[in-house]
Design a protein around this ligand. Sequence first.
Ligand code: PLP
Length: 454
Amino acid sequence: MTESIKYFSTNHKAPKVSFAEALIKGLAPDKGLFMPEEIPTIDPEKIEWFASMEYHQIAFNIFNAFFKKDIPESELFKMCKTAYDFDVPLENVYERKYIMRLDQGPTASFKDFAGRMMGRLMSHFLKTDNKKLVILTATSGDTGSAMANAFYGLENIKVVVLFPKDEVTMRQRKQMTSLGKNISVLAVDGKFDDCQAMVKEAFSDTDLEYLNLSSSNSINIGRLLPQIVYYFYAYSKLAQKGSNEGATFCIPSGNFGDMMGCVLAKKMGLPIKKILIATNSNDEFPTFLNTETYSKIEPSKNALSSAMNVGHPSNLARLVELYGGNMDETGKLHKKPDFDKLRSDIFTISVSDEETTQTITKAWNEHKLLLEPHGAVGWFCLEKYLSQKPSHADDLFVSLETAHPAKFPEQIQQLLKFDPKLPKSLVGLDNLDEKMTNISNSYTELKTYLKDNF
Ligand SMILES: *Cc1c(COP(=O)(O)O)cnc(C)c1O
């Protein structure tokens, strides 16, 4: 039996730690990102066997390869079963081109997949060590609701979400304020930046150390590993049996969590022919692969696919590390990765807003394929790749849809002239009771609230 897998920092100036420590800490002390020292492999027979399994069973097998020594199997299985109790539709578009809809979770975005598993993993390790923590997070809408839902009802964890009271939609607000239990919501009379500044101040306030404050930000390794699973799932369900054929995945990307999940799946032995990475007008990554020099986009550009408006993807350092290079947290490249290998594994383009809206219309008219802006960026990239590589026309393609179209009713209504049907998770939401506390834009008020309530 091997030892449990250790996690190192991409800045290489911090000691290696256990998975539990990497998960609870989030960021390494040298500001690098945690990466597994060893990447387990899954053999082809096992991947074929996944074809007859449900999503949560596949998830269990992937996680067990990472956590064999860290978490008892029965516990891990229970976490997978409760985290993944919703559908993961694979929709055939034409020939062997598919859309994987990752939008059936409680907040109708793919962030549910990562958040729900991370919450359960954290709760497990906290219980084992008899510790408690308070997750404090500022949100401009989507991340807060995904995290609040992900941590809802979990033991040893309390969540406090701050949101700018006039800057989120009614549905985004209700997804947080209708929960209750261990989720507290503060409506701040200020802007998103004010909320973020207050959260930062709380993290550095020694008077609040007793609360064991933590964040749930997107660079946590506990949010990355769950994003490996759906590539194995799609492949096992769609690939020709016994062929070991390579699939091509197309991923609309912002912070590159999803892309890293795919790259790790490939390292674990999943037969992947090509990874297509679609960005919106924030094109720092396509430029990086073409020019071999990196510059962030500051401030990031406002595109329709708003969750992908990222001018410096926080997971990029992990990709560079896996391809033999080194990048620090500021985006400075200390050692070049193997660019030839990167370009042979990855095809990447930037997609404009005009191309995005045209794709929504065209996909509906030609295939009755309903896409929202993020998924449309991905689908455009897939079509572009096919037009450049006609010899690949018969390959297996899976493009990711990362949010439910009903989350973007204005755009769908304007382009397609109808209202998308609400997913189960959003039905009835409008009528739920809300619970929240109003506070002014003042750190002292936040601090008093925290001290009085926790
Ligand atoms: C967060 C998000 C993305 C970007 O995903 P990354 O893993 O950060 O690249 C894409 N689409 C939607 C709807 C999102 O919420």
